[in-house]
Design a protein around this ligand. Sequence first.
Ligand code: GRF
Length: 205
Amino acid sequence: MRAMKRIVILISGRGSNMEAILRAASAEHWPAQIVAVISNKAQAAGLATASAAGIAARVVEHVAFPDRAQFDRALSAVIDEYSPDLVVLAGFLRILTPEFVVHYHGRLLNIHPSLLPSFPGLDTHHRAIEAGVKFHGATVHFVTPELDHGPIIEQAVVPVLDTDTEDTLAARVLEQEHVIYPRAVRDFIEGRYVLIGGRVARHSA
Ligand code: GRF
């Protein structure tokens, strides 16, 4: 029996992606366990979800630190209490320092609500509608020091309808996030991804 892989999930708010991952991990009996959910916001609704599931729910408030580097070091210290094989950013609305990203190199994932490299940064749904794109979506990627730029692991595509508002488009994208993020985390845990020339290849063996 392979040792259970240890996953830590970072959130800032509702935590719907975290919840989708929790559900898939238990329904699909992953050889992994979510050992902690950590938020930079004490009010993050996802913390209650984690606690209710019997998972350690921790808070490291960025407002308590004088600068980004000291916050990241404090956050990293809490994360490392759980010796994670994988750190999952799920609606974690902080830009991380290169020091932090390097420390978790190769085991730090993020989901971004656009088809990267299109629309890095914030307000992606509004920008997609304004740009008149006919397709939009979400991207799971390895995190590198450059924001929203790391090797792409999974993507999902949704149509943009003429009648779409930011909210209707966001809802359509979020539904797909809840499909591709659990799949990407499971495949990472099962060692199915390999980086070749900065691009991610998935092997089914
Ligand atoms: C989602 O749009 C996700 O793409 C982005 O944060 C938003 C909130 O996600 N990373 P969640 O419901 O907190 O998982």
